[in-house]
Design a protein around this ligand. Sequence first.
Ligand SMILES: Cc1cc2nc3c(=O)[nH]c(=O)nc-3n(C[C@H](O)[C@H](O)[C@H](O)COP(=O)(O)OP(=O)(O)OC[C@H]3O[C@@H](n4cnc5c(N)ncnc54)[C@H](O)[C@@H]3O)c2cc1C
Length: 440
Amino acid sequence: MISIVIGVVVVAALAFFMSRSGSETATPEPSEAKAEPPVRQVETPKAEPKAKEALTLIMSPKEAQAAASDAMASSEPTVVPEGQTEKPTSATELQAEPENEPQTEQEPQVETPTATKAELPAGGSAVLALLDVSGENLSSPNRAALSAASQLAEARGVPLHICCLGADTQSAAHAGLEGATVHSISDESLADGLSETYTAAALSALAAIPADAIVGAASTIGKGFLPRLAEALGCGMVSEILSVESADTFTRALWAGSTIATVKGEGRLVISVRATGFDPAQTSEASPQSISFQAPPSKLRFVERQVTSSARPDLSEASVVVSGGRGTKGDFAPIEELADALAAGMGASRAACDAGWVPNDLQVGQTGKVVAPNLYFAIGISGAIQHIAGMKGSKTIVAINKDADAPIFGVADYGLVADLFDACPELAQKVASQGLKPTA
Ligand SMILES: Cc1cc2nc3c(=O)[nH]c(=O)nc-3n(C[C@H](O)[C@H](O)[C@H](O)COP(=O)(O)OP(=O)(O)OC[C@H]3O[C@@H](n4cnc5c(N)ncnc54)[C@H](O)[C@@H]3O)c2cc1C
């Protein structure tokens, strides 16, 4: 019986790869086939919004509470073994200098790395896309941010400027979009990824390119500096937008993606973009104009970066992702075998990461990475709402679980009720014997 169903999954995977071959891009697109969470209609609120309020959530508190209750009701209870608690995941790369450490050398003057309000660059009628780049290629999150920025510039009828920030901004030469002007700030001080330095670089970009909408990727670096930029500018921020509805209106996910809110921004805005909401922009060659930047003294000091190296494709960029959960009971060999057969990136549920079975950077979900590959395998994963929040944008979802009632089957395109320790090796073998490989 398992063999028959595995055969169906293999045939589906084969059909999937065949249909992908020849396609120019392995760009993940939001799944159209799956039911989307309820989308709030954009309505002008009857009552006049408060003049000083930069952002308006178009949902009354009562509605919001009702939506939250719905979301809670629709989520499956989380199964946590007795004595085990869900602990927050966090990776701290930076350490603020200890207050009382004996000083051996003169510390730099403590200064806010950003300009004072009086010196702030004025707004202007333009959209500025700020991309945190490294190396020759533009990442998918940056390309998605470019798509969003371009849509916003079109909706506003204003020019689009693109500014690449980083220690290595080679990719700025390929960041061209029709009608847009490309700039770059290339400075060694940006190599450490300190949010304060990126904020200062962003302010330098704004001094050269007055803009009243600043758009960036909700990447690790973007999540660090974009809110600081909004604070420095004293303007509103809309985080992790999923769509541009009009010149001032956007959608974003709430409650682990179970509710989509429509938000309206007034005045100058900083906007971060969730990569799964937008098709990555197809860029062209450009001749970037260099903007000068002097990194300000900072109280923060970069200490160490620990990079996990893996021969497998990066989780955020992979076109196929194979994820394992608590059902593996700590034995990830079958997950790795299938991932290798498919040349896939490997992911995991938070339960598997918290148990220490795999590194935290493999976590997919609300508090992990948000991925949207062409093909996603959820294996031994129950399908808690927080996990689904991180993978439901995947084009095709395959679930393998021995519990036929597991909620993951509710979002899966293909489901296999089986023991993963039998199904994964058999599936990996069949994939290998068919010579299947993702096209990108
Ligand atoms: C604020 C908050 C944020 C969170 N963020 C995240 C997040 O980002 N990502 C995330 O994943 N979770 C997150 N969680 C945790 C989430 O609620 C779940 O606890 C977690 O996703 C469960 O992981 P799991 O599906 O691997 O484990 P379980 O829920 O225990 O499911 C294990 C599954 O494996 C199946 N199984 C068991 N043995 C086998 C076998 N031999 N073969 C096949 N199937 C088998 C079982 O039937 C079961 O369905 C968060 C929770 C909170 C409160």
